[in-house]
Design a protein around this ligand. Structure first.
Ligand code: NDP
Length: 253
């Protein structure tokens, strides 16, 4: 297995859940980590916890100019990003499409698609020039599954799936790798965000005895990153042992 000691990772959405677990894990494995997110207090705490190999940056990835400025301003030794973990995202389909708020749809597209593209576009050129890099994109089992209450979220993750596979195809022979990670239901603040801070609804949204955790997904990301350089882990899907492949949906008339 390849070591990731000395790599420079940029993790979006490092203030919570999967991104937080991944930032911790990467620092633990000896990487330098740029931790990006909007909540400054969480970023400060993370810096205190993990020390100088973590660089916290307050960033809203929906803001294209801010993303470019953030990458441009990265100081040594964080400037030559060799791993990008596009993790920041949210699912705010809070009911059927016919009851949806257009703002909720827009937020998912701006974050899960546009923000991911802004970050990816910024690192691709330098990675290819250095013939070294790995882009890890967080999708979801919802990127393939169809069902109620996930119309735009599932579609954004379907975008991430297809973008990652097409990107991998463009990167053949460049030394730069691309991986799609598709988690099933994972315990995190995702559910609280989905239900706009309603704790009771958020708790009820995850009716599995033992859902996945951020640490489980961080472990899968580590696996992909630490494969030998000639191995592209193109896709990994993970589910709790208590989750199945989709709902049985009928209208009985
Ligand atoms: P959390 O809500 O716990 O974490 C989401 C992270 O994204 C936070 O750190 C948040 O930080 C950040 N974020 C959201 N919007 C922005 C933005 N505009 N700019 C910068 N950062 C942003 O959820 P998870 O950890 O569960 O989700 C991580 C990824 O995994 C997402 O892409 C999600 O779609 C995916 N996923 C989650 C599943 C689950 O069941 N939880 C299942 C499958 C996939 P801040 O608010 O500080 O900006």
């Amino acid at each position: 297995r390849r070591t990731i000691r000395g790599e420079i990772a940029f993790v979006t959405g490092a203030t919570s859940g999967i991104g937080l677990a991944t930032a911790r894990r990467l620092v633990g494995e000896g990487a330098h980590v740029v931790a990006a997110g909007r909540r400054a207090d969480r970023l400060r705490e993370l810096r205190e916890e993990l020390g100088e190999r973590l660089l916290p940056i307050e960033l809203d990835i929906r803001d294209r100019a801010a993303v470019e400025a953030a990458f441009d301003a990265l100081p040594a030794p964080f400037s030559e990003v060799s791993i990008l973990v596009n993790n920041a995202g949210l699912g705010t389909d809070r009911g059927p499409s016919q009851a949806a708020s257009l703002d909720d749809w827009q937020a998912m597209i701006d974050t899960n698609i546009s923000g991911l593209l802004y970050c990816t576009h910024r690192v691709l050129g330098p990675m290819v020039r250095r013939r070294k890099g790995h882009i890890v994109n967080l999708g979801s089992v919802a990127g393939r599954a169809n069902g109620p209450g996930s119309a735009v979220y599932g579609a954004t993750k379907g975008f991430v799936l297809n973008f990652t596979k097409n990107l991998k195809s463009d990167l053949i022979g460049t030394g730069v790798r691309a991986t799609y990670i598709a988690p099933g239901a994972t315990e995190s603040e995702f559910w609280l965000v989905r239900w706009d801070g309603d704790r009771a609804k958020a708790d009820g949204a995850l009716p599995i005895a033992e859902p996945l955790t951020g640490d489980d997904i961080a472990e899968a990301i580590l696996f992909a990153l630490s494969m030998p350089a000639h191995v592209d882990v193109t896709e990994l899907e993970l589910m709790s042992q208590g989750q199945g492949f989709g709902p049985r949906i009928f209208h009985r008339g």
